[in-house]
Write a protein that binds this ligand. Structure first.
Ligand SMILES: Nc1ncnc2c1ncn2[C@@H]1O[C@H](COP(=O)(O)OP(=O)(O)OP(=O)(O)O)[C@@H](O)[C@H]1O
Ligand SMILES: [Mg+2]
Length: 252
């Protein structure tokens, strides 16, 4: 049995703009399991990013409940949410948002500034992550001296510095070329194999196939939930066909 790491109950998220209510996430009951690499797909505007922000304490939900690791986080004040994010969660976005005037090393260190992390342990962790991401020789560089793929790998190191319970990624390969994207996905596959829980939004079939579960969103509701565990032994092509068929059935 897998542990539930995130659970929502009748979760709704609405936005009000120009006096009109836009119900984006509708009465959602969802469980995300520890150790899974969960992928969220769906057409543009279906609410993927909104869902990701709602379940990760990045944004307040409108009604319903969200539990993270057993704790009800639905009504937490921003101060507590911010602490939860810093201590237990990691985030990677499409637009790589490194701090331009900090080096690679300093960027990765930056989330720990206000946390009481042991200095030596943190240094060891950064060295470990840099090596893993093939960035050891880049530690003193500034973001503008690096390629898109390298920068995204730095952003992943930064997201992993606190050993997050869950790594959230919103279209992490969206601004990368194909080979850079593949290297980012290889890292995700590696850390997933090591036990890291991941939740990733993507438009890309090649990215989706890395997950072991694909949730399909349609108009703010879950319209499909494909588990890929039973295809673990299957060839890449078989997995790809399975995912493709699932998505095609959903009108992707
Ligand atoms: N901060 C916001 N204020 C008002 N409306 C918003 C806000 N964020 C999202 N929305 C609306 O919510 C809906 C879903 O947006 P969301 O960004 O979650 O879609 P998405 O599935 O991630 O799309 P894409 O694939 O294009 O990134 C859209 O109609 C959008 O206009
Ligand atoms: Mg989005």
């Amino acid at each position: 049995m897998k542990n539930t790491i995130i659970k929502t109950e009748l979760m709704c998220k609405s936005f009000i703009s120009d006096g009109e209510v836009n119900n984006v996430i509708k009465n959602m009951d969802l469980e995300i399991y520890e150790g899974d690499f969960t992928v969220i797909m769906g057409s543009s505007g279906s609410g993927k990013s909104t869902l990701l922000y709602s379940i990760s304490g990045m944004d307040e939900i409108s009604t319903g409940k969200v539990y993270f690791d057993g704790q009800n986080i639905s009504n937490l004040k921003e101060k507590h949410l911010s602490r939860l994010r810093k201590e237990k969660l990691g985030f990677v976005f499409q637009g790589i948002n490194l701090i331009p005037n900090l080096t690679v090393y300093e960027n990765i260190l930056s989330p720990t500034y206000k946390l009481k992390f042991d200095k030596k342990d943190t240094d060891n962790r950064i060295n470990y992550l840099l090596e893993k991401m093939d960035l050891t020789t880049q530690r003193k560089k500034f973001p503008n001296q690096m390629s898109g793929g390298q920068k995204q790998r730095v952003a992943i190191c930064r997201a992993l510095i606190n050993n997050p319970k869950v790594l959230f990624a919103d279209e992490p390969t969206g601004s990368l070329n194909s080979s850079q994207g593949q290297s980012v996905l290889n890292i995700f596959t590696d850390i997933h194999k090591e036990g890291q829980s991941l939740v990733m939004v993507t438009h890309d079939l090649k990215a989706a196939i890395r997950g072991n579960r694909i949730i399909y969103l349609k108009d703010g509701r879950i319209d499909g939930d494909l588990r890929l565990e039973e295809y673990e032994e299957a060839t890449y092509q078989e997995r790809e066909e399975t995912v493709y068929k699932f998505l095609k059935d959903k009108g992707w």
